[in-house]
Design a protein. Structure first.
Length: 393
C-alpha cells in the first residue's frame, strides 16, 4: 500500500550498553562511523518514507540537537516519552501525531530497507497490522512469531519451546486499532509492550506477516556495536562502490597499510607503517600513530591510538587515548553486563568516553572500562572498571 509516514521508537537508554550510554542515548551510539539512528533514517527513506515522527526520551535533547528538524530534507517531528515504560508506551506517546495507517520501527536496530519495503507491500487495510519477520535458526532473547498461511497466529517474547518461530524484525505497519490494543493489554512489570498489544489484536483481528530477507542487526550489548558496524561494511551500506571508504580530509601515510573493508571518517590521520583493517571503523578526527595496528574495531570520534599499539575487537567512546605499546589482543572473552556474565563474546575491550591509557598496558579480553578512567603505564587491565577510576600498574 502507499504508506509514507513512519514512527521511530528511539526513547530508550540502552542500559545493557553502559557505560557508553552514560553520556548519550543508545540510538546515538556509532554503527561504523555514524549514529545508529542515522542508518535507520536512511533505510526508511530508501523504502519511500517521506515523513518521520521520532519518539525520544532518555537524553532526548542530544537526539534533537544532533538531527534538528529535518534529515536529508525529510521532516522530523519529535514527541517525548517522559518515562520509559516499554515499546507500547513509547508508541502511545506519538498517538496525537497519528490518524491513519503508520509504519513503526525501532530506532536502535539496523534493518535493511528490503525488510521495510516487504512490510509496506504486504499490508492492506483489511488487517489490523503487518509484522516484518525473518527466518532465523536462533531466535535467542528476541521475539518469535508463529505463522500460518501468511497470518500471525502467536507472538512470543524469548520463546523457550521448539515450535517453528520466525524472528520478529521490529518493523510494523499498524492501523489505529493498535492504540486500543495497547490500552487493553495487561502491563508486565509496569511496562506496556508492543508484543502484548499485538497479542491483543490477534484475539479478534487479522495480523499479517511479511517474510523477507535482508540485513538485520540489533545493538543490545557492547559487542553488538562491532556486529552492526561489520554488517554495514560487509553489505555495502557504507559505500556500494568501494570496500575502502576514506574521507577526503583524512590523511594516510604512504607507508600505512589499509586492509578492506574499512571506513575512515573526516580529519583522521594514519601514521607511517600503521595497519588499519580489516573491519576497522575510525570516527571523525581519530589519530593512529606509526606502526600501530587496528583490526575489527569501532573507534569513536577523537580517539588516539599511539605508536606501536595493537587494538583488536575494541569499541571506544569519544576522546579515548590508547597509549604507545598498549595491547588489546581481541576476544573471545567473558563480559559482565549488569549482574550477568556472557562467556566467549568477541570483545577485546570497551573503553568508554575519555578513558586515558598511558601506554604499555595489556587488556584481558572482555574488559569494560568506565568513562574518565586513567590507566597507568604498564598496567594489566581486566574485568569491569567503574568510571573515574585510576588503574595502577
Amino acid at each position: 500500500m502507499s504508506l509514507t509516514s513512519a514512527v521511530v521508537l528511539a526513547a530508550g537508554e540502552g542500559s545493557r550498553l553502559r557505560p557508553l550510554t552514560s553520556n548519550r542515548p543508545k540510538p546515538l551510539l556509532p554503527a561504523a562511523t555514524r549514529p545508529i539512528l542515522e542508518h535507520v533514517f536512511d533505510q526508511l527513506i530508501a523504502a519511500g518514507i517521506t515523513d518521520i515522527t521520532v519518539v525520544v526520551g532518555y537524553k532526548h535533547n542530544r537526539v534533537q540537537a544532533h538531527f534538528g528538524s529535518t534529515y536529508r530534507t525529510v521532516p522530523l517531528t519529535y514527541v517525548v516519552q517522559d518515562q520509559q515504560l516499554g515499546s507500547g508506551h513509547a508508541l502511545l506517546a506519538a498517538e496525537s501525531e497519528i490518524d491513519d495507517t503508520v509504519l513503526v520501527v525501532n530506532g536502535d536496530q539496523f534493518v535493511e530497507s528490503t525488510i521495510i519495503s516487504a512490510v509496506l507491500a504486504a499490508h492492506n487495510g483489511d488487517s489490523a497490522g503487518t509484522l516484518g519477520v525473518l527466518t532465523k535458526l536462533q531466535i535467542g532473547s528476541y521475539g518469535g512469531v508463529l505463522i500460518e498461511d501468511g497470518i500471525v497466529t502467536e507472538i512470543v517474547e524469548n520463546p523457550q519451546d521448539d515450535r517453528p518461530y520466525q524472528l520478529n524484525a521490529g518493523v510494523y505497519a499498524f492501523e489505529p486499532d493498535i492504540f486500543d490494543a495497547i490500552y487493553d493489554a495487561t502491563p508486565q512489570a509496569g511496562e506496556y509492550s508492543l508484543t502484548d498489544a499485538i497479542s491483543e489484536l490477534l484475539d479478534d483481528s487479522e495480523v499479517r506477516a511479511a517474510i523477507s530477507e535482508g540485513a538485520w542487526v540489533d545493538a543490545t550489548y557492547p559487542w553488538d556495536l562491532l556486529d552492526i558496524s561489520f554488517e554495514l561494511l560487509a553489505s555495502g551500506h557504507i559505500d556500494e562502490q568501494c570496500a575502502v571508504t576514506i574521507a577526503e580530509s583524512a590523511t594516510v601515510h604512504d607507508s600505512a597499510v589499509i586492509r578492506e573493508p574499512v571506513v575512515i571518517a573526516p580529519d583522521c590521520e594514519i601514521g607511517a607503517g600503521a595497519v588499519v583493517g580489516p573491519y576497522a571503523c575510525l570516527g571523525e578526527n581519530t589519530t593512529v600513530g606509526s606502526n600501530a595496528a587496528i583490526e575489527r574495531s569501532v573507534l569513536d570520534a577523537d580517539t588516539r591510538v599511539e605508536t606501536g599499539a595493537t587494538v583488536i575487537d575494541c569499541v571506544t567512546g569519544v576522546g579515548v587515548t590508547i597509549g604507545p605499546g598498549t595491547t588489546i589482543p581481541g576476544g573471545p572473552g567473558d563480559v559482565r553486563v549488569g549482574d550477568r556474565v556472557f562467556e566467549d563474546e568477541a570483545l577485546g575491550a570497551l573503553l568508554s568516553d575519555r578513558v586515558t591509557d598511558d601506554g604499555g598496558s595489556t587488556y584481558v579480553p572482555g574488559t569494560v572500562v568506565g568513562s574518565e578512567t586513567t590507566i597507568e603505564a604498564g598496567a594489566t587491565v581486566r574485568g569491569t572498571i567503574s568510571e573515574n577510576t585510576e588503574v595502577r600498574s
